[in-house]
Design a binder for this molecule. Structure first.
Ligand SMILES: Cc1cc2nc3c(=O)[nH]c(=O)nc-3n(C[C@H](O)[C@H](O)[C@H](O)COP(=O)(O)OP(=O)(O)OC[C@H]3O[C@@H](n4cnc5c(N)ncnc54)[C@H](O)[C@@H]3O)c2cc1C
Length: 401
């Protein structure tokens, strides 16, 4: 995209990964160190080609996460940052608010816990009863709900592109179509190389999303985790249904799982989507249903942590798989809170694939996970809400340099 040079052929900074976390990191580096030389390196022919371009587009508020977690802190700051950045750069966004709908007494109890957590996390939230829910969203049913007014919607690839344009304007280089296959570090520099490139830098930050564990191993970081790809399949509702709801409608999540459940999401482009589910993927970057990559499948199935996690969540896993294979099961999840939906309402839509770090002992890494070597920082786990939190994550990383 551009060519800012280096004096001695060595960049001050290099960022590997052109998703929103990588682009935000490059932006933050040049903002904090104006005049530094920087290369942002991405293997695809466009930025935001993976998780950043295949998500729900929700600006999360930060209600779910343990108060002492990085997620809680960085998500709140990120929500505010996105709205300000979008307003300043003519990127459409809407603070449409979100309703978390409880559909039975067990969910109502979990909803009350979430209410307490929201207050602890400093996020404005309102508990409403079934009658008030029916007044606000007449097509949605539940025994109670939480309303989070600050939740919004945005197009994250647009945010990433605007950030990248500013990186270029600040003198950074954005190198697309540049896959990296090796990382070598000395006392003074790090060199990353691929089939057609070799780039040397004094400081490297790796934000490789679905490839984070592989990049870490190439850098010699001892990893006791593996990235397990979880597919998130969406449907789109017919245009005639686009005004079904005004706010985002979420179920009350199971706190044992890292995923938030199938939700109804108005998009910033005026569509209404439903999803995503969470099924094991056998290809980290294969978006078509049934995609299998031998290398990715061996990586997951040969990892003891995966078998432990599969055993611990066998019922949830089976349900998710059934709902992925049979539309009626998927529909049943949505009808818990929106009973009028029918199979005919679920039109095909794209899938996303989440990079979820799983430890060898079978536990899922819930928080953002960051490791460093003397000359590099690796973002190892940046699941949702990392799109919302990208700039505060970037500030956190750059503060460590
Ligand atoms: C289905 C789904 C729904 C989600 N919904 C939301 C939401 O509503 N709100 C929210 O805040 N978050 C959401 N998320 C999470 C969010 O999308 C991610 O946390 C975020 O996009 C992570 O950004 P990233 O830059 O770390 O990763 P990515 O966007 O995956 O970027 C990593 C980049 O690194 C590049 N790369 C990898 N290896 C190499 C290599 N060897 N050489 C060169 N380049 C390489 C990849 O090509 C890729 O472009 C969702 C995620 C999914 C999958």
């Amino acid at each position: 995209m551009s060519s800012g040079g280096t004096g001695d052929g060595v960049y001050d900074f290099c960022v590997l990964g052109g998703g929103i976390v990588g682009v935000a990191t490059a932006h933050r580096m040049l903002t904090k160190f104006p005049g530094a030389s920087l290369a942002l390196v991405e293997k695809e022919s466009a930025l935001a080609a993976h998780q950043t371009g295949h998500n729900s587009g929700v600006i999360h508020s930060g209600i779910y996460y343990p108060p002492d977690s990085l997620k809680a802190r960085l998500c709140r700051a990120g929500a505010a940052w996105n709205k300000e950045f979008a307003a300043a750069n003519d990127i459409p966004f809407r603070e449409c608010g979100k309703l978390l709908v409880a559909t039975d007494s067990a969910e109502l109890a979990r909803m009350r816990d979430l209410y307490e957590r929201s207050i602890t996390n400093g996020v404005d939230v309102e508990a409403i009863d079934a009658a008030e829910l029916a007044r606000r969203e007449p097509r949605i049913t539940g025994v109670g709900a939480l309303f989070v007014p600050s939740t919004g919607i945005i197009d994250y690839p647009k945010v990433a592109t605007a950030l990248a344009d500013q990186v270029v304007a600040m003198g950074g280089r954005v190198l697309l179509d540049t896959p990296i296959e090796a990382i070598g570090e000395t006392d003074a520099t790090v060199t990353i190389s691929g089939p057609a490139t070799s780039i040397t830098t004094r400081t490297l930050v790796v934000c490789a999303g679905l490839q984070a564990d592989r990049m870490a191993r190439k850098a010699g970081i001892r990893t006791d985790f593996r990235i397990v790809p979880f597919r998130g399949e969406y449907y789109r509702l017919p245009a005639a249904r686009a005004d079904l709801v005004r706010t985002l409608i979420y179920p009350v999540p199971d706190p044992a799982l890292p995923f938030l459940g199938v939700h109804l999401s108005p998009t910033i482009d005026g569509e209404l989507t439903v999803g995503p589910n969470a099924v094991l993927g056998l290809a980290r970057e294969g978006y078509a249903k049934g995609s299998v990559s031998a290398r990715d499948a061996v990586d997951v199935l040969g990892f003891p942590g995966f078998h432990r996690v599969a055993r611990a969540h066998v019922r949830t896993g089976a349900r998710e798989l059934r709902n992925s294979l049979f539309k009626r099961g998927y529909l049943a999840e949505c009808r818990k809170y929106c009973p009028e939906l029918t199979v005919a309402d679920l039109l095909p839509h794209r899938a996303g694939i989440r990079a979820q770090a799983v430890l060898r002992d079978g536990s899922l890494v819930h928080d953002f996970l960051i490791e460093r070597t003397p000359r590099s920082i690796h973002v190892l786990n940046a699941p949702s809400p990392a799109a919302t939190s990208a700039m505060p994550i970037a500030e956190y990383l750059v503060d460590q340099l």
